[in-house]
Design a protein around this ligand. Structure first.
Ligand SMILES: Cc1ncc(COP(=O)(O)O)c(C=O)c1O
Length: 401
């Protein structure tokens, strides 16, 4: 069955790459952008740029209105109770660092932070470094064979010293959903805060932060077909009140004197300096675009393509899949073949996939691997892309074996 993507032509980047002979299968690293996002970027700059929240003039007012409209859209997208619960950051990584500094005073020496064994460095290293600064213990929740956190072991490891859980919703290597509701409930029973890394999860389906019951939820715009340099941090009202300020500068103060300052509450108190204005506005256009698509058709297309990808990989000898991916990506190694050599040959044939440790070095180490090749899909991919990939893969493996 052929699987054309009805949305492919909405993405000039995909068409440009195709014209260059490139097959883009690295959307989990960053996604291509629809025309609507390019239009929004050009529209903002073309109409006259202005800073937000500080000028009364017309362009300033217009920019502020468009910027704040995105806050409303992100809140609606995640089902946050209020737009003021959305803090714009420069990406998911900055949001985790914001949290690791902003929550520092919550911890006493000997307290514990629990992460999964599958965390991206972005949701691991800020906590690891916080643990080192404050004498905390970083507890690693083990995974089952499919890559999901083992809930029985998690229940044993999450205890009265656990002050915070930091868990990715969807692993960027293993492609499986974590049992977040259960984990958050385990943490809550011990009074622990929960941080959800939605960098990959937010791209697939809609997620309701209130239903999840998490304290914080983080994502980057660029993986969700939006511009780079922008991220969002959702916080429950109570959790945001516990967050200390971490970056200081313009627009985040209520009042300031030479020896004294008072800071604003969320969201502006956590958005020091000029924010990525064009990016935030274009993130709004991204959500408008995605919101206008038939969500069931998108997830159906992604699921069918993913099944085809998994079937193609499992039909080939010597390919070992990492975990049991449920959505949009597959990481694999090939017996007797170095992942960098394979990626090199695929690159030579115009196939854009990712190889290496995927910013999850501890996970790869725990699997006894130096790296893996990852194919990841976006809503613009179709089965022609997969055919090109498999043709290139077969040729590469013939050479390497
Ligand atoms: C699961 C996960 N978390 C966090 C990040 C970090 O996102 P960013 O580099 O946009 O800050 C990534 C990026 O690959 C990711 O896949």
């Amino acid at each position: 069955m052929s699987l054309p993507s009805p949305w492919r032509t909405d993405f000039p980047g995909i068409l440009a790459l195709e014209a260059e002979g490139q097959t883009y299968l690295d959307s989990a690293a960053t996604a291509q952008k629809p025309q609507a996002v390019l239009d929004a970027l050009l529209g903002y700059y073309g109409a006259g740029a202005a800073n937000v929240h500080r000028a009364q003039h017309l362009p300033g007012e217009r920019a502020t209105r468009a910027f704040e409209a995105t806050r409303d859209k992100v809140a609606t997208w995640l089902n946050a109770a209020e737009p003021s619960q959305i803090v714009f950051t420069r990406g998911a990584t900055e949001a985790f660092n914001l949290l690791a500094y902003g929550l520092e005073s919550e911890f006493q020496a000997g307290d514990e932070i629990a992460v999964s064994a599958a965390e991206h460095h972005a949701n691991l290293l800020p906590w690891q470094q916080l643990a080192q600064r404050r004498g905390l213990k970083l507890v690693v929740l083990p995974l089952d064979d499919g890559g999901r956190i083992d809930l029985q072991r998690a229940a044993e490891l999450i205890g009265p010293r656990t002050r915070l859980l930091a868990i990715s919703q969807l692993s960027n290597v293993l492609g499986c959903w974590q049992p977040l509701a259960e984990l958050i409930a385990l943490g809550k029973a011990q009074g622990a805060l929960s941080v959800v890394d939605g960098a990959q999860g937010v791209v697939h389906g809609r997620h309701d932060v209130q239903a999840l019951g998490c304290d914080f939820y983080v994502f980057s715009s660029h993986k969700l077909y939006g511009p780079d340099g922008v991220g969002a941090l959702y916080g429950s009202r109570a959790a945001l009140r516990r967050l200390g300020h971490w970056q200081y500068g313009g627009e985040m103060v209520r009042l300031a004197d030479y020896q004294y300052a008072e800071f604003r509450d969320a969201p502006l108190g956590f958005e020091a300096g000029t924010p990525p204005i064009a990016g935030v506005i274009a993130l709004g256009a991204t959500l408008d675009y995605l919101g206008g698509l038939d969500a069931a058709a998108v997830s159906g297309h992604e699921a069918a393509l993913h099944l085809k990808l998994l079937a193609g990989l499992s039909a080939r000898d010597g390919i070992q899949l990492l975990g049991a991916p449920r959505v949009a990506l597959a990481s694999f190694v090939v017996e007797g073949v170095h992942n960098a050599d394979l990626a090199h040959l695929l690159t030579e044939q115009g196939i854009a996939v990712r190889a290496g440790h995927h910013c999850a070095m501890p996970l790869l180490n725990s699997l006894g691997l130096a790296g893996a090749v990852r194919v990841s899909l976006g809503l613009y991919n179709d089965d022609t892309d997969l055919q090109r990939f498999f043709t290139a893969l077969d040729q590469a493996l013939e050479l390497l074996r």
